[in-house]
Write a new protein. Structure first.
Ligand code: ZN
Length: 370
């Protein structure tokens, strides 16, 4: 039996003085073997990751571990509680309009000096010392002048401080209405085969403020910097954004499958020992981020989304039909939305009424089997 400990961290204060806190669970002794960090619900409506963390905690009680795992549900207490009518908004800070998942800190400035000092050191020293710098730099930002930190940045830094302690990082999200898909750095595509997720997006070494990038970019850049010095160093940390399906939806049974999928990946990484967690034999498709295409509503209207998620569409197929009753007398009440390429429909907008230019669908194009 593994011991599970729970504590809370404070990530801010509300106007009336109450603390904004986040629960943090830890399984296993940190310091022994590899460390894993898993968080959920940074975007308020994307709640399935909390159910997956529950399923993981239940399973991890009795799974032999070679390392330790930190699990953080409800990662964004403002976003989680940001309701409007029946719906959770929670994707953007309501005050600044910024995406909550674009506020993590870029530590790439650490690399040049680090490589100069550690270019001949063994891999274990590099792993330990670079990790230490990422953690210390993040802590310094959290502990610096409070008037320098906006709300979302403070939350992000607290989470990033936990995440930099890990060798493997999973940020659990969902799409709006979506099939399961995985954001995977290009160097880690072998690992994508160990998740039971049929669609993988391969992303480049470019920091755009998201949690996965904040965790893998510094290590990828470090490998590149060592390579420029003529030394081969594998990228020592992996980080993924796991898109678990649709927002505003909890499915406890599906969460068990999702937890098994994560345990299969952690078995591959030799964090989980035994338990028989293996990837399912499914066909996995991948595409590069540059080939992940958005289709915007060509006109305003009401939408019947009929390209089902995960389905393969042929060039010229219609993805959706727009209803425009104002054009009924002209015989143009129904307007198809064709797609010009072959693709796989991954997600679509959550509402049936859209303004012109709303992102209707996102599709893999130029996809290939992983
Ligand atoms: Zn999200």
């Amino acid at each position: 039996m593994n011991q599970i400990t729970q504590h809370t961290i404070q990530v801010g204060e509300l106007a009336t003085g109450q603390a904004l806190t986040i629960p943090v669970f830890t399984v296993g002794e940190q310091g022994d073997g590899p460390h894993v960090y898993i968080q959920a619900n940074m975007h308020g409506a994307e709640v399935q990751g909390n159910a997956v963390i529950y399923a993981l905690l239940e399973k991890l009680k009795s799974v032999p571990l070679a390392g330790s795992i930190t699990l953080v549900p409800y990662a964004n207490p403002i976003g989680c509680n940001q309701k409007s009518g029946e719906f959770t908004l929670g994707r953007f800070d309501p005050i600044t309009g910024e995406n909550w998942n674009r506020l993590y800190h870029d530590h790439s400035h650490l690399i040049a000096e680090f490589v100069t000092h550690f270019k001949d050191e063994p891999e274990e020293t590099i792993r330990r010392e670079f990790k230490k710098r990422l953690i210390e730099q993040t802590q310094a930002l959290i502990g610096g002048p409070q008037h320098r930190l906006k709300t979302g940045k403070r939350i992000a830094l607290h989470l990033q401080h936990l995440a930099h302690q890990a060798d493997f990082v999973l940020d659990l999200h969902t799409g709006p209405v979506s099939s399961k898909h995985l954001y995977c750095p290009e160097y880690a595509q072998e690992s994508a085969k160990h998740f039971d997720i049929p669609h993988t997006l391969l992303i480049p070494n470019e920091f755009d403020g998201a949690m996965d990038e904040a965790c893998f970019c510094p290590w990828w850049q470090l490998s590149d910097a060592f390579a420029a010095q003529g030394r081969e160093l594998s990228t020592l940390v992996e980080a993924f954004t796991v898109e678990l399906g649709s927002q505003e939806h909890i499915d406890l049974k599906e969460a068990e499958h999702d937890a098994n999928s994560i345990l299969s990946y952690l078995t591959h990484k030799e964090v989980v020992l035994g338990g028989g967690y293996q990837p399912r034999s499914i066909t996995r498709y991948a595409c590069y981020l540059k080939d992940y295409v958005a289709v915007y509503a060509p006109m305003g209207g009401m939408v019947d989304y009929h390209a089902s998620l995960g389905s393969h569409v042929k060039a010229g197929d219609s993805l959706a039909t727009m209803l425009r009753l104002d054009k009924y007398s002209e015989g143009e009440a129904l307007q198809p939305v064709p797609f010009a390429q072959d693709g796989i429909a991954i997600l679509h907008f959550a509402s049936a009424s859209v303004n012109q230019g709303t992102e209707l669908y996102k599709l893999f194009t130029n996809y290939f089997e992983l």
